[in-house]
Design a binder for this molecule. Sequence first.
Ligand code: M6R
Length: 606
Amino acid sequence: MCGIVGVTGTKQSVSVLIEGLERLEYRGYDSAGIYVNDQTGNDYLVKRVGRISNLKNALTDDIAGTAGIGHTRWATHGVPSEVNAHPQFSADERFYLVHNGVIENFEQLKQEYLADVNFVSQTDTEVIAQLIDRFVVDYKMDTQSAFLKVLHLINDDSSYAFVLMDRETPDTLYVAKNKSPLLVGIGDGFNLVASDAVAMLKQTHTFMEIQDKEVVIVKPDKVTIHDFEGNEMKRDTFRVDMDASAADKGTYPFYMLKEVDEQPAVMRKLVQEYLDEDGRPTIEAGLLNEMKKADRLYIIGAGTSYHAGLVGARMFERLTKIPTQVFISSEFAYEQPIMSEKPFFIFLTQSGETADSREVLVNIKKQGWPSLTITNVPKSTLSREASYTLLLHAGPEIAVASTKAYTAQVALQAILAKALGMTCDQQAATEFDLKQQLGIVAVGMQALVDGKEKLESIASRYLSEPRNAFYIGRGIDWSVALESALKLKEISYVQAEGFASGELKHGTIALIEEHTPVIGIITQDRTAGLTRSNLQEVVSRGASVLTIAAKHLAQPDDTIVLPDVDPLLTPLLSVVPAQLLAYYTSLGKGLDVDKPRNLAKSVTVQ
Ligand code: M6R
C-alpha cells in the first residue's frame, strides 16, 4: 500500500517521478504528491487529492528539478487530503519525506521528543520528518546520523519504506525499509529508488536489493548501504529483463481485461517453465525432498490467494496423500492451531508483500519450520524470506482484482502436487497427464475469453441492478464460488457471497427474493445433481438462476458450458466466466474497474 519513487541526477526528475507514480498507482490512489529540488536554490512541493492525473494537471512548466521524491497514497493515518498527502515535511521545510507503512509508536515518539511541535497533518509520517529535523537542528547531528537515530527509535512492529530529502544536500536520497518493499534502480549518471521495479523499467533494467534495517544513501553516481550498526554492506546488482510495455494496458480499456485475456498464455508459460518435453515436472529436488518429509502441508494466503489455496489443498491431498490445510494468513498469524510434528508451509501471494502473510512467515521461521513462497514477484519480501520460491511467471498484474495470478497459482500448485506426489511414489501423480490437461485448459480458456460478449450481455441483464448475488457450488466448485463472489463484490460493489450449495438452506436462503441472481458452478460428477437440486430450491423462491457447467454435465439451458478437463483443474476454467461477469458488471456501472474504492493492490499493512 502506497507507492514511492525517488530519483537523483537527472533534469527529467519530474517526468520520471510522474511516470513512476503512474506505474505504482495500483498500490494506492487516494492522493499523490512530489517534491523536487533543482540544486540551485529552487524547490517545489505539489500535492493533490485523488488520482495521479490530478497531480499531473497541477504541474506547471516551471516545476523542475534534478532530484525528487513522489508518493501515491492509500490512507492509514488521516483522511485523504492535501495536508495528509506525502511528501510530509518538517516545520522549517528542510526535510521532505515519503513513507509506505505504519509507525506503530508514533504517538510515543511525538510525546517524548516533539511535545512542543504543532503538527499540520494527522500522519505518522510527519512525526518522523519532524523528529529527524529535531535531531539535526537541536542536537546538531548530521542528516544521516539523525535518520539512523530515528530508525532506531521506531519500534520493531512498525513497517516502513522511507525516502528522505534534505534541502541542504539536495542530490542525496536517504533511504531505509522495514517490512515494506523498496529497491534501488541503477541508471547511467542517475539513480532511482521505488516500491516496485515496474516503476523504474523505462529508466533502467539494473536493480539493487535493499534489506530490512539498512540505511541506503543514493547519490547520482553512487549507492552506499550500511546496516544499522554502521557496517558497510556489499550488494550485487541484478537485471530484470521484463519489457516496460509488459506493464502497459496496450489497447485494452482496463488492465483487468488484458490480464483475463492473458491467462491462456500464462498456462503455456507455466508448462514451459515447470514441465519437460515428456511432461515431467522440473521442480528442484531439494524442495521436493524437504516437502516429502512433511507430515502435513499448511497453505497460507489472503483474499484471492487464500481461495487459490483452497483449490491447491485438494490437489495436494489427492496427488500426494499428505494431509493439507489452508489458512487465512491474518487468522493464522494470531491464532496458530495445534501443529503437526513436521509441518511444511506454502505461502501463496501474488505480490510477495502481503503483511498478514509475512507475519505468519516470520512466526513460523522462528519456530524453525521450512517454507515455500509461490509468488509472481521475484525478490519480493516473502520470496526472499522463505526457504524456497517458485515464481508464477504471470507477468505484471496491475488491476487490483487478481485474475491471472489466481489461475497461475492454481496451475502451479497442480504442477507442484504432481511433482511431490511422484517423489512420494503416488501412482495418481505419475499417471496424471498434466501437460496434456493444461494444454486443454489453455485452449478452453481461450474459447471462454473469445466468447466474452455473451458474458457482457448476461452481466447487464442479471447483475446491473440487484443488491445481492450468490455463487454456489460444492467441493472444488465451492472454492471457486468464493473467489467468484470476491471478484464481483470488489469491483462492482454488488454484495456477493460464495456458498456451499448444501449450506444455503440452513439460513442464507432467507435472503433470496424475486430476481436475486444465484450462479451455480457445476463441474464435479458426484455433486452436480445435488447442486442442481439446490438451484431448484432457489428458483422456487424467485431467484434468477445462471449456471456454469462442465460439458459432460451440461443441460440444454445451462448459461455457460465449459470444456471438459480433469476434475482437479476445473477451477482454471470455471473462474474465467466469473471474472468476466465481474468485469462487465463493473464496466456497466461506469466504475473504475482497475482501481475499486477503498482498495489497493498490495496490502502491506496488517
Ligand atoms: O499479493 P497477495 O496475493 O498476497 O494479495 C492477497 C490479497 O490481498 C489479494 O489476493 C486480494 O484479495 C485481491 N486483490 C482480490 O482480487
